[in-house]
Design a protein around this ligand. Structure first.
Ligand code: G6P
Length: 472
């Protein structure tokens, strides 16, 4: 059934710019969340509220833009131009280092983080303020379509549901958390008011969705510990998926075919691929170290195997992320300097936002390395097998949400164990074709069957169950 939905996420499905001839250009938003959510507009009547990020976005903010998705489905896009300073505090101080690091267990607690006056200020004047500006926009959209359900996304927007609920006690509100939920004690890194406001804000929703039972259990536990409430009835486990048809079509597109030619020219016999944002949670440095250990143990494979790392530079105004990108470059350089010979560089590192090339690499991998420290889902692990043409093997971190679904057909690794990762690369490269084929087909079948429409249906059914009785 088609529904009226107000989708709210920090990053929108497109971001606008200006071409050299002065005409308006539209670029797809980066990251897994937006890739997956973009197909929602095929099934429902969507108004999408997101932050204005570029100057061109800001010029379009205020009024809704009539947009169409790749497949021609129409939707309304409403960009919100937040106060610039407030947005900087919200995105670059609170959401992406602090909350992201808490939820992916990335802080090095003897030294970081330091919760000082600057953080308290960024919380009040940035995170609270931007959530308030989202809440006001949602309220205005609800005035226009009071029967629409509001669907919030992710850690940028934890406070907005409570703010909307105060204005509209009867609204149907749902929130999906795309990142892991850590155990309650880790939330105690944050000051009491902040961690309580986060949990209380989420509890203002009728439904809170998480990717796995593991994150859901932690959420219920942390609501009980930090608020004394019971979140069981309003939480639902719903693993997000990808649009298989879209990836199959993309795989045949001109842009992907030409990127694939680049990969084919000079590819070694065996290719290990990783595709990530340059995010500390993705564990890229340890991945290079593991590949180095594999090369150390297998001189016979020198010149015959290579790693292609396609990395989208992410959140570079935040020192922790900029430093991590430096660490990635240093580690790749170190490994390459040890082994490279004329005509062979073991690690090809490309720091760019190049979606067609990523899809081309998905087609060409023999081994896909997904060794995240923690990851809510990890959609690369679902996207790449869909289009792979080499019976490639997925090496998958036990701490990625995708592992709960795909673990039995992947080779499981502990993200901290570099020896174990080297052994998994070795096993994957040595695996017989028959076994590789079976594993890959099983992953594909699972992803096709557990598709995006199933994900939305599970969430909307939960919303109908929980929200309807309280409103009638
Ligand atoms: C992850 C988050 C998303 C985010 C994406 C890209 O997938 O769960 O909320 O949009 O990363 O990050 P960015 O900061 O560029 O939006």
């Amino acid at each position: 059934m088609r529904r009226k939905l107000i989708v709210v996420s920090n990053r929108g499905p497109v971001s606008y710019g200006r071409g050299s001839d002065g005409s308006r250009t539209a670029k797809r938003g980066g990251g897994g969340l937006v890739t997956a959510l973009r197909s929602l507009v095929q099934y429902h009547d969507v108004t999408w509220i997101a932050s204005a990020i570029t100057e061109e976005d800001r010029a379009l903010a205020g009024e809704a833009v009539d947009e169409t998705s790749r497949d021609g489905s129409p939707y309304r896009l409403r960009l919100v131009a937040h106060d610039r300073q407030a947005y900087d505090w919200y995105y670059n101080v609170v959401a992406n280092p602090m909350l992201w690091f808490v939820q992916h267990s990335l802080w090095d607690l003897p030294y970081t983080p330091r919760v000082d006056a600057a953080f308290h200020h960024a919380w009040a004047e940035g995170y609270v303020a931007v959530n308030e500006s989202f809440a006001a926009t949602v309220d205005a959209e609800l005035a226009r379509t009071p029967d629409a359900a509001v669907f919030f996304h992710d850690y940028h927007l934890y406070l907005a549901p409570r703010m909307v609920r105060e204005r509209r006690p009867d609204a149907a509100l749902m929130h999906f958390v795309h990142v892991p939920w850590p155990q309650p004690d880790y939330w105690r890194v944050l000051p009491r008011e902040a961690r309580r406001a986060i949990h209380d804000g989420l509890m203002a929703n009728d439904v809170v969705g998480l990717h796995t039972e593991r994150w859901r259990r932690n959420f219920i536990y942390s609501v009980r510990e930090l608020l004394g409430d019971d979140a069981t009835a309003k939480t639902v486990t719903a693993p997000i998926s990808v649009d298989s048809t879209e990836f199959v079509e993309l795989a045949r597109s001109e842009a992907v075919l030409s990127a694939e030619q680049e990969i084919l020219t000079g590819r070694p016999e065996k290719l290990v691929v990783r595709v990530d944002r340059t995010d500390p949670s993705k564990n890229i440095v340890r991945g290079f170290r593991a590949f180095e250990l594999y090369l150390d143990a297998h001189p016979d494979m020198h010149r015959r195997v290579g790693m292609l790392a396609l990395l989208d530079p992410s959140r570079q105004e935040i020192p922790e992320y900029a430093e991590y990108l430096g660490a990635i470059q240093r580690e790749a350089r170190r490994v390459n300097d040890r082994f490279q010979q004329s005509g062979w560089r073991p690690i090809e590192l490309e720091i760019a936002d190049d979606f067609p090339k990523s899809v081309a690499a998905y087609k060409q991998f023999d081994v896909l390395l997904v060794n995240a420290i923690f990851d809510g889902m990890n959609l690369v692990a679902k996207e790449a097998p869909i289009v792979n043409e080499r019976d490639g093997v997925v090496v998958l971190s036990e701490n990625a949400g995708a592992h709960a679904e795909l673990g039995e057909w992947a080779l499981t690794v502990n993200p901290f164990d570099v020896d174990g990762q080297a052994a998994a690369i070795e096993r994957a490269l040595a695996m017989e074709t028959g076994e590789r084929h079976e594993r890959l087909e099983a992953i594909r079948a699972h992803v096709r069957e557990h598709d995006l429409s199933r994900w939305t249906d599970v969430l909307l059914a939960a919303l109908d169950r929980v929200a309807a009785p309280t409103r009638s």
